[in-house]
Design a protein around this ligand. Structure first.
Ligand code: CMC
Length: 427
């Protein structure tokens, strides 16, 4: 049987060109245009890559029309409600969920690797006290590359594993250090007795030298409900196929640079408001709106083509029905409202925005729905996490996705240096 193809005709010359249609296991097919330039002398033009599959991948599947997200074939709803973040990391890296012994070993390894080199700790002193933790985090992850130079020549599975677990373990420590430095308060070292997520919350909130914590809702200790909420947030952020920061990570990987600087570049890309930085902007925007009766004014601004104001936490390049991560978080928010003492004023403003936007023709016709970032801020605020740490928390969750994508890129024999062309319109 003849393989499926598409035929493109150049209407100037009448010449036709035939290209194979590639089928994945799920989702849209792709036209293989790798020889297009050689065949026709023309480029394809696709700013923002809205119609381009830049690679094949076995990691994450998204159906934007159905609002479906799966890691290694497992629905996000199952992972978020029945598995921990570390189990999800193991799944992404190893293509299967861990059994109890595998999980125990992985967990122990991550606990062991959470410390950072004393010399790297000194780097934090070079930053102004009011530095944004994302700037410090990105710089410190780049600096970490100088402590693990051997990762430049990774070439087998054991090396990949060590690189992955080092980054997974150390990034929360670096993020917490960046935060504490931004406040000018003493750094708290990781505690090997604590689980991944509890350890991070402790490094954020503990008083130096003691077990007392900056209380949440009148509680001095970190409560299991808080750990569960943050762990779920990490899981929901763990991977999202070829988003902007992952594309940057693969791009840096394609040049043969150290894997940590590829991750640092991903951190920088994530910082922007259109991507991971949206979570910080959502809360800033809710605070700016101030009360539910002012929502309509801001909705009008978001719809005004002459105003560049956008509703933060709304819209998505891929999800055109709903963002399944946002659905899970909204449910979690409702479940934990009392236990976490969520800010009812912010929730009321957010609820009003949602109510108006979901029925307004402007938002409905453009398929603009609340995304994951719309809901994270309210939960993170209740966990005593300040706004400037929201995007670093996205980084902690996404690190495993970036590493897994980096490894997949390296193992793929069809990988090439990322080098798009352009349609020159200059002098
Ligand atoms: N508020 C108001 N209008 C919007 C918004 C918004 N949040 N998002 C998109 N639009 C309008 C946009 O003005 C355009 O209208 P028109 O067709 O009249 O010109 C139309 O919707 C399409 O927008 P676009 O910018 O072409 O869509 P995109 O797919 O390139 O951008 C996006 C996707 C997420 C960057 C965008 O929706 C946005 O800026 N949202 C706010 C920031 C945000 O919440 N980002 C987090 C994304 S989810 C977390 C992550 O994965 O990083």
């Amino acid at each position: 049987m003849k393989k499926p193809t598409v035929t493109l005709t150049d209407n100037r010359s009448g010449k036709s060109y035939e290209y194979a249609i590639l089928e994945g296991t799920r989702g849209p097919s792709a036209v293989d245009i790798r020889t297009f330039f050689a065949d026709t002398g023309m480029f394809t033009y696709d700013p923002g890559y809205t119609s381009t599959a830049s690679c094949t991948s076995k990691i994450t599947f998204i159906d934007g029309a159905k609002g479906e997200l799966r890691y290694r074939g497992i629905p996000i709803e199952t992972l978020a409600t029945q598995h921990s973040y570390l189990e999800t990391c193991y799944l992404l890296l190893n293509e299967h969920l861990p059994n109890s012994r595998e999980l125990q070993n992985f967990d122990l390894e991550i606990r062991h690797r959470a410390y950072i080199h004393e010399s790297l700790r000194l780097l934090f002193d070079a930053f102004p006290n009011n530095a944004h933790p994302m700037a410090t985090l990105s710089a410190a992850v780049t600096a970490l590359a100088s402590f693990h130079k051997e990762h430049l020549t990774l070439d087998d599975a054991a090396d990949y594993h060590t690189m992955a677990s080092r980054l997974l373990a150390k990034i929360p420590t670096i993020a917490a250090f960046a935060y504490r430095h931004s406040l000018g308060i003493p750094l708290i070292q990781p505690d090997i007795d604590l689980s991944f997520t509890k350890n991070f919350l402790t490094m954020m909130r503990a008083y130096p030298g003691g077990k007392m914590h900056l209380g949440s809702n009148g509680h001095e200790e970190i409560r299991e409900v808080e750990v569960r909420a943050l762990d779920t947030i990490f899981t929901l952020h763990a991977d999202h196929e070829q988003n902007a920061s992952t594309t940057v990570v693969r791009g840096v990987a394609s040049t043969g640079a150290h894997p940590y600087v590829a991750i640092a570049a991903g951190i920088s890309a994530l910082w922007g408001r259109a991507h991971g930085g949206a979570n910080e902007s959502v809360i800033a925007q809710l605070e700016m709106i101030g009360s539910a009766d002012r929502v309509e004014t801001f909705i009008a601004r978001a719809k005004d083509p002459d105003d560049d104001f956008r509703l933060m936490g709304f819209g998505h390049r891929v999800y055109k029905n709903f963002d399944p991560r946002a659905k899970i978080l909204k449910r979690l928010q409702d479940e934990l409202k009392e236990e976490l003492g969520l800010n009812s004023r912010l929730m009321e403003i957010a609820g009003r925005i949602e109510e108006i936007a979901l029925s307004d023709e402007y938002f409905v016709s453009r398929n603009l729905y609340p995304n994951i970032d719309f809901y994270t801020g309210i939960i993170l605020t209740a966990l005593q996490i300040p706004k400037n740490m929201f995007t670093p928390i996205f980084v902690i969750g996404r690190t495993v996705g970036w590493i897994t994508q980096w490894i997949e890129f390296k193992k793929d024999p069809t990988s090439k240096i990322a080098r798009p062309r352009q349609l020159y319109t200059g002098a």
